[in-house]
Design a protein around this ligand. Structure first.
Ligand code: NAD
Ligand code: TYD
Length: 350
């Protein structure tokens, strides 16, 4: 039995995690605290929002008074911390927003948990969800392991690295029962269409250019989002306190090869002539400080906790494209900004 404060549950990964926990653990109480930034969309959770073990609270993780109140009211035994500013390109134009939410927000959550738990740590868990980007950029060879030295290079990854350090500092200094995981790039349903895969799916549907930064030779290691949520579930329940687990798909693609695979599958699904969508590929100015390659070694998670990705990439990407084609309203609402009216309609009226 857990009462869980899940932050950022209206975002991409957070919504999958919320769905998994709310459905799989009817005895757990899940409180989703989300500020509903541009990335938070309650339409991601319409299938579970009515369930009795789920509550939504609109609020900011930097609001310490609110956190204190929520801890008291819901007597949390665990935190699943997903909320973050998450888009590298946005961190280049607005780094302070990333410091505020990712560093100050995480530190505020740690402090609220420390105060409320007051040293009674038996059965408590503070789970911090992080990214492989904290490890920096790889050359053509090698993988990130849990022992790789941190070398963040974008304001996003630097803010996530700082938050990871604060979580470990609370473990070492106050014995806070923390767990961390650092995951590679996720893809799947409910992904905000300013990130590469959903952006390209949306643009292919609408015959718009597919912007490839630089030469498209940067490499990412892609994991289906439900596999990430499953890994978090396993680590939350079986992982060791104080430990970090890398999560990844052993699934490296250059951006250009990935986008060509998307084009191929979408031409087939949309009944377009082969090669039609590839013509939309447009090379654009590279991202500043663009990391060359990320690749995760997830051996520890496999050997210690038995987790493995369940989907091959071609299958996962096919499922993802099908979801976007079947959920055009979701995509239209997000791209038109209509999704931001959902909260008003659903919650503020009550
Ligand atoms: P996202 O941007 O889709 O969602 C973030 C959510 O956090 C949104 O619902 C947003 O409203 C909420 N939020 C932002 N600032 C907040 C604040 N101050 N207070 C309360 N809520 C706030 O992000 P995502 O892709 O789902 O990523 C979730 C977590 O997983 C992040 O911590 C990210 O660093 C990590 N991660 C993401 C990936 C990836 O590929 N997307 C990979 C590895 C790790
Ligand atoms: P993104 O989805 O933003 O994830 P991250 O930067 O966190 O890895 O980008 C994935 C890769 O795709 C990254 O190398 C940048 C590149 N990219 C493009 O080439 N074009 C685009 O329009 C976007 C958004 C990303």
């Amino acid at each position: 039995m857990h009462s869980i404060l899940l932050t950022g549950g209206a975002g991409f990964i957070g919504s999958h995690l919320t769905r998994l926990f709310v459905n799989k653990y009817p005895n757990y109480k899940i409180v989703n605290l989300d500020k509903l930034t541009y990335a938070g969309n309650l339409e991601n959770l319409t299938d579970i929002e009515h369930l009795p073990n789920y509550t939504f609270v609109k609020g900011d993780i930097t609001d310490l008074e609110l956190l204190r109140k929520l801890f008291k009211e819901h007597q949390f035994t665990a935190v699943l911390h997903c909320a973050a500013e998450s888009h590298v390109d946005r961190s280049i134009t607005d780094p302070l927003a990333f410091v505020t939410t990712n560093v100050l927000g995480t530190s505020s959550l740690l402090l609220a948990a420390k105060e409320y738990w007051a040293g009674k740590y038996e059965g408590k868990i503070f789970y911090h969800i992080s990214t492989d980007e904290v490890y920096g950029s790889l050359g053509e060879e090698g993988f990130f392991t849990e022992d790789t030295a941190y070398d963040p290079r974008s304001p996003y990854s630097a803010s996530k690295a700082s938050s990871d350090h604060m979580v470990r500092a609370f473990y070492h200094t106050y014995q806070m029962p923390v767990k961390l995981s650092n995951c590679s790039n996720n893809y799947g349903p409910y992904h905000f269409p300013e990130k590469l895969i959903p952006l390209c799916i949306h643009n292919i549907i609408n015959n718009k250019p597919l912007p490839i930064y630089g030469k498209g030779e940067n490499v990412r290691d892609w994991l289906f989002v439900e596999d990430h949520a499953r890994a978090i579930d396993v680590i939350f329940h079986k992982g060791k306190i104080g430990e970090t687990y890398n999560i990844g798909g052993h699934n490296e693609w250059t951006n250009i090869a990935l986008v060509k695979e998307l084009c191929r599958q979408m031409d087939e699904k949309l009944g377009r002539e082969e090669g039609t969508s590839e013509k939309l590929i447009t090379y654009v100015k590279d991202r500043a400080g663009h990391d060359l390659r990320y690749a995760i070694d997830a051996t520890k998670l496999k050997d210690e906790l038995g987790w493995m990705p369940s989907l091959q990439f071609e299958e996962g990407i096919s499922k993802t494209i099908d979801w976007y084609l079947q959920n055009k309203k979701w995509l239209d609402d997000v791209t038109s900004g209509n999704y931001q009216k959902y909260y008003e309609a659903q919650y503020e009226k009550r």
